[in-house]
Design a protein around this ligand. Structure first.
Ligand code: ATP
Ligand code: MG
Length: 215
């Protein structure tokens, strides 16, 4: 019954993509999954609606509401799901902060550009603030390299730049066409391109996340 929040101030960095594909990987591990779309843009819900894949079974659209309504939705999802993923909006981070207050783990995706690191530091600050407010070790916080172009200097440098921020870095997700194509079909990468390099990356990421939330 772990709550995993995917957050970040930067738009388009792969938050929803990671949320949706982790949902598929956890389901494949035999876990019951709820994927809550707390972004008013509702990209995760739109992706799910594109097809009749696994996301159409597990994505729930959350309307903009008060913090207590968001917390109640997460708690309700926890009653029926082993894994609750919460996708949050970019920009103003109030929704993300509220979700962090009930999260076990916060995933902060980050792209390879130095410009991606500034908003990431803000998101990290917010997650640390949530932890301080809770007077707890939770949420745990991890970085996820996202949309990384492999075999480029920027890609290679990202993990070490992230490590310098003091939080562990999980296996990253490359910039891959199958990831974008899967969305067009309303499918996750696991469904669209099983056995592909893109799928292997999401599988590896999910295994690492699973280890953390089982602790
Ligand atoms: N690893 C990847 N490889 C290729 N394309 C990707 C990858 N990750 C995300 N994309 C594409 O990048 C775009 C933005 O991704 P996504 O919507 O997941 O980002 P986001 O951080 O949730 O955006 P927002 O901040 O607007 O919510 C989408 O078109 C998506 O298909
Ligand atoms: Mg999104």
């Amino acid at each position: 019954m772990a709550v995993i929040v995917i957050a970040g101030r930067k738009g388009g960095i792969g938050k929803s993509t990671i949320a949706g594909n982790l949902a598929a990987e956890f389901a494949a591990m035999g876990q019951t999954v709820a994927a809550l779309d707390a972004d008013p843009q509702h990209s995760l819900a739109a992706w799910a609606k594109q097809g009749d894949g696994m996301l159409s079974q597990c994505v729930e659209k959350l309307d903009r509401g008060s913090p207590s309504e968001l917390h109640a939705k997460v708690r309700a999802a926890q009653k029926t799901a082993d894994i609750v993923l919460v996708d949050t909006p970019p920009g103003i981070q109030e929704v993300a902060y509220q979700a962090m207050l009930v999260a076990d783990l916060v995933l902060l995706p980050c792209g390879p550009s130095p410009l991606d690191l500034f908003p990431l530091k803000e998101a990290l600050g917010l997650a640390l603030k949530a932890r301080a407010e809770r007077r707890s070790k939770k949420p745990r916080i991890r970085f996820v390299p996202s949309k990384v172009l492999k075999n480029t200097n920027l890609g290679r440098g990202l993990s070490s730049s992230l490590e310098q921020l003091g939080k562990k870095v999980l296996p990253g997700i490359g910039q891959r066409i199958a990831v974008a194509e899967a969305v067009v079909s309303g499918l996750t990468v696991r469904e669209y391109a099983p056995g592909s390099a893109a799928h292997a990356e999401f599988e590896q990421l999910a295994k690492a996340v699973d280890k953390i939330v089982r602790r």
